[in-house]
Design a protein around this ligand. Structure first.
Ligand code: GLU
Length: 287
């Protein structure tokens, strides 16, 4: 099978050191395997979107030498595909409408029964949840090793279509990884615990499961995940070399101090890159 990897940013802010490290890590793994590297814009959450950030992220990537091999799809233009997947799940009776309020859920904890616990309300649009079995989902992460999660305990019957009609990240991601023929998902380990939900969705939809590799996360000095508003770790695409070298050092590579441009720095990194030498841990402090 030909390797196809991807970087899938959400337009919720500018690129920062954490997202740059995920982009560089997925690019290195794809190029090391002689595969293709794709980018997908995950703009399916309009309330969280920061205007202009999708264009800014896509304009920044080539400045760091990261050039996708195919045209970049926007998830906002893929709603018909998510609708079709949702209908497939609905026909198979794998989803149910849910009118639970936040306080219903706070009282009940996770939603686990396979049906809504609040009375149906025909005047209000429901959210739609996927029925989750009491099963353990296991997979082997290429960096973090064997993983297992009892889906019902960890996630419960999770939302795949929100009250406002938006499809969830989990559904859109699974539909598009399959549609783009992604064979290897390389991303930050903040998404490690989403992976069992995605594997379950793949099974429900009859899609194959790619291989997963979750990179360590760039953490701030307090051990927290970087948020896109964290100024200290913003990257400057008009002055790309310092942050590119920092992202490579974070991935355990000795950055090339002599190379004159981003493409040269990446090229040297690729010659020395070995995915088996990545460090297995869920986070590194850099700030
Ligand atoms: N769009 C997600 C994010 O920026 C990443 C999705 C993924 O790589 O699966 O956090």
């Amino acid at each position: 099978m030909n390797y196809r990897g991807r970087f899938a940013p959400s337009p919720t802010g500018l690129l920062h050191l954490g997202s740059l490290a995920a982009a560089v890590g997925s690019w290195l793994c794809a190029r090391h395997a002689g595969g293709r590297w794709l980018v997908r814009m995950e703009d399916i959450d309009p309330p969280r979107e920061v205007p202009g950030s999708a264009a800014a992220i896509l304009a920044a990537l080539p400045k760091f030498g990261l050039i996708p091999d195919e045209a970049v799809p926007y998830q906002s233009s893929r709603v018909a595909a998510y609708e079709a997947a949702f209908e497939q799940l609905r026909r198979a009776d794998l989803v149910f409408p849910c009118w639970c309020s936040r306080s219903d859920l706070a009282a009940a904890g996770l939603h686990r029964g396979g049906h809504c616990i609040a009375p149906a309300d025909t005047h209000r649009a429901p959210a739609w949840r996927l029925r989750v079995p009491d099963e353990e989902i296991a997979f082997v992460d290429a960096l973090q090793g064997p993983q297992r999660q009892r889906l019902r305990e960890a996630a419960g019957d999770f939302v795949i279509r929100r009250v406002e009609g938006f499809y969830s990240y989990q559904l859109a991601c699974v539909v598009d990884d399959a549609w783009q023929g992604i064979t290897e998902v390389v991303r930050g380990s903040d998404l490690l615990d989403s992976t069992p939900r995605q594997i379950w969705l793949q099974r429900c939809l009859g899609l194959s499961t790619p291989r997963y590799l979750h990179l360590p996360l760039v953490l701030d000095s307090h051990g927290r995940k970087l948020s896109k508003s964290e100024r200290a770790l913003e990257v400057d695409p008009s002055h790309p070399l310092p942050s590119l070298r920092r992202a490579l050092a974070f991935l355990g590579l000795q950055p090339d101090e002599a190379a004159a441009d981003a493409a040269g720095v990446l090229h040297t990194a690729l010659r020395h890159f070995d995915p088996r030498k990545l460090t297995r841990c869920s986070g590194h402090h850099v700030a």
